[in-house]
Design a binder for this molecule. Structure first.
Ligand code: NAD
Length: 353
């Protein structure tokens, strides 16, 4: 029997409830596919600040580095909004990404036909959308120095080296090669020097991938095009901050932010997490949608553990559950057969697995 060590970080807010559901699904995968998961739980974010005074305790960092993969929920919440920046929950997550060197964040966006009426966008605009956002994750303005908040002035630095752009662009091109061979690089090269270098690197690399059709788009236009005609995109390659914002916008194409999974790759250990946050507005009510986290667990099986059949089984079980009309509150619409809470929708997914 194969054995995998999985570091589990539930985090704050709805993080706890959604990761619990993903673990139920993985436990069923374990018995169906004869795989053993050794789950070890670690603290990060607000709960870690409360317990240890540190958003990323050493034990968590060490445990994740020694694991085969990290399954993560979400961190943050109003309780920790006013603590010093280096002690904020988000600082813990940024440090974890940096320490694990997961510079490539893959965020697939697709729409299930059953959810066409759940999106605020028109069905004919979103039917058939299947795109991938490749977001740079360990550089750019979220990490750049110098940065400071003074009394009457504050600043951040958006910085990328040629090497950082080259390695993420390579992931973008390689992803396009196994998809529809279209790559749209999103930047702000009309204003930012850092984007001019980004564009230069992407153009130079395009010579190594002659089959890939490359285009460039400014971030402001990309935000508009994503809502106007999302079907024009195959792979979107972009920087840390632009990818953060664009993929939240893209989530509405899929019906709800509670549907979008992600994989953060590049180092030895990958991190798998939903794209959404800790949703303090609904935390503790048991109504959050766990599907993004369950699909993140499927990405973990696929990318880190190479358990492709198991990953596909989860994806099919989710699809079947939606086909049968079961929905969480965020997706509830006239087509819903039953509106389920967090546990009930997972019960249905388990039945279909
Ligand atoms: P959010 O993604 O937590 O929530 C945005 C909206 O989407 C809310 O109305 C929420 O109820 C809804 N939502 C999100 N996930 C859902 C789900 N699974 N099911 C149903 N509805 C869902 O973003 P926010 O409100 O801007 O941020 C809340 C906190 O999360 C902040 O502290 C922020 O810093 C943090 N955050 C953490 C991460 C992360 O851990 N990776 C990412 C983004 C935000």
């Amino acid at each position: 029997m194969k054995n995998y060590n999985i570091a589990v970080i539930k985090g704050d807010g709805i993080g706890v409830e959604i990761v619990d559901q993903a673990l139920r699904v993985l436990n069923k995968i374990s018995s169906k596919f004869n795989i053993n998961f050794d789950f070890k739980e670690y603290l990060m974010g607000g709960c870690a600040i409360d317990a240890t005074g540190n958003p990323l305790p050493d034990e968590t960092l060490k445990g994740t580095k020694n694991s085969d993969a990290v399954l993560f929920g979400a961190i943050g919440g109003p309780k920790w909004d006013n603590v010093e920046r280096h002690l904020r929950p988000e600082s813990g997550l940024l440090k974890l990404r940096s320490e694990l060197e997961v510079y490539a964040n893959l965020r697939p966006v697709a729409i299930y036909d059953e959810l066409l009426d759940a999106s605020t966008l028109k069905p004919e605009v979103i039917k058939g959308v299947d795109l991938l956002v490749v977001r740079e994750l360990t550089g750019g303005i979220y990490f750049g120095q110098p940065r400071a908040k003074e009394d009457n002035r504050a600043y951040n630095t958006m910085v990328y080296s040629r090497d950082e752009i080259t390695r993420i662009a390579k992931i973008g091109f390689e992803s396009a090669m196994i998809r529809d061979k279209k790559l749209c690089s999103v930047d702000k090269a009309n204003v930012l020097e850092v984007s001019q270098l980004w564009r230069e690197v992407v153009d130079a690399m395009s010579k190594d991938y002659p089959e890939v059709q490359v285009s460039h788009m400014y971030i402001d236009n990309a935000a508009m095009q994503l809502i106007r005609n999302p079907k024009q995109f195959d792979v979107i390659l972009t920087s840390n901050i632009f990818g953060d914002i664009l993929s939240d916008a893209a989530s509405m194409v899929s019906g709800s932010i509670g549907m979008l999974a992600s994989a953060s790759l590049g180092g030895k250990v990958g991190i798998y997490e939903p794209i959404h946050g800790s949703a303090p507005d609904i935390a503790g009510r048991g109504i959050s949608n766990p599907i993004a986290t369950i699909l993140s667990a499927a990405m973990m099986l696929e990318y880190s553990l190479n358990e492709i059949d198991a990953a596909n089984a989860i994806k099919q079980a989710v699809k079947k559950t939606l086909e049968l009309g079961y929905r969480t509150t965020d997706l509830a619409s006239f087509g819903a057969r039953q509106v389920c809470n967090t546990t009930e929708i997972t019960d249905k997914i388990l039945e279909n697995l």
